[in-house]
Write a protein that binds this ligand. Sequence first.
Ligand code: UD1
Ligand code: CA
Length: 417
Amino acid sequence: MENITAVILAAGLGIRMKTDVPKVLHRIGSKTMLGRIIANLKKSGVTDIIAVVGHKADIVESFFKEAIRFVRQPELLGSGDALAHAVDYMEEDGDVLVTCGDTPLISDDTYAKLVERHIREKASCTLLTSTIADPASYGRIIRDRRGNVLRIVEEKDLSGAEKEVTEINVGTYCFRKDNLKKFVRNIKINEKKKEFYLTDMIDILVRNGKRIVSETCEAEEAVGVNSRKDLADMNRIINRKNVEKLMDSGVTVIDPDTTYIDETAEIGRDTIIFPCTVIESDIRIAEGCKVGPFARLRPGTSLSRGVEVGNYVELCRTEIGERTKVKHHAYLGDTVVGRDVNIGAGTITANYDGKNKYRTEIGDNAFIGVGAVLIAPVRIGKGAVVGAGSVITKNKDVPAGETVIGVPARPLSTGGR
Ligand code: UD1
Ligand code: CA
């Protein structure tokens, strides 16, 4: 991947999204679209990455701390114009991999395959194409009888038989830098849309006798996000992949359609995830746990072996020890719970005082009765019992083995007074 510059076209408005947030900052799972693309390009081996930004450029630029270069497109005059601005920041040597900021499912393997093909074939341009059932809204690949690529025609400009073509332009291409530099400014404005179409480069290169080849990818990878509906479809595709990967590794997911699991989650064998459960990023779940139905595990949570987390339980930045049960209607935040603990229904850790967040610690074998409120910071000792409905006030630690009850909670040995 030496001499390869990747250019991500990310300046567009995303009109069809009807959004005030820059389109490429919309998230698929826990990652922004642009973040996903940058990560996959890096994984494929590309080190020099330029993102062309325009609409709300300041916000997009400040969002990414990664070492990529940003180039501004002053006026949003189309994908061809966007690429023309990036070309000024490249050497003559080598090749460029161009991709759109709204096609975040293209894998690192596909990027690598495209570049490899391009270099091997010594092509002027290598197109990434895919064949999809519903090609509406994509540019179509028009070939001659022998199968050579002639041009790309956008949806609005399709004529007669061209409408039947189901091979689409994914919007990802490799170009020789010198050819691109020479011809990119020959693109003429499209009169219908008043934009410079990058796709017109193909016709220009063909007319100048340049060699165009193509590489294909799965239809699922080719999906572009232009609307909120596309965004939802894409979330579904990614989620399905994450869930299937986990099932392949020995996790039971009762209902993949209603279970949302971030790709960063680690889940051990023989854990069962019940329906309507949401498992966000940075979560570790050991083997043999039960989670859900209707549970929400938020970032920074880990469950040790054999833990049971039941319905309407929310855990945030919380570690739970082996065999502990949190089975109904509870919220634990910034909490460390030991092993063999029972957290009764309706237990709440009050971890936030409106300004700061505080920790709760619950020792091994403790028993927290239903409806208890633990006001952090607070520690419940090993084997301690907190009576139903008790309120443990902050810093009033419960010693190991003690039973407390009441509001505010007092040791039972004093009659709860
Ligand atoms: C584009 C392709 C189409 C392809 C599809 C794949 C063109 C003309 N058409 O269509 O052939 O099938 O992607 O998803 O390229 N952009 C800028 N500056 C601009 C305009 C756009 O940076 O002035 C960026 C956008 O942010 C986007 C990309 O270029 O990431 C493509 O633009 P978009 O308007 O989404 O094009 P499509 O109609 O989806
Ligand atoms: Ca698009």
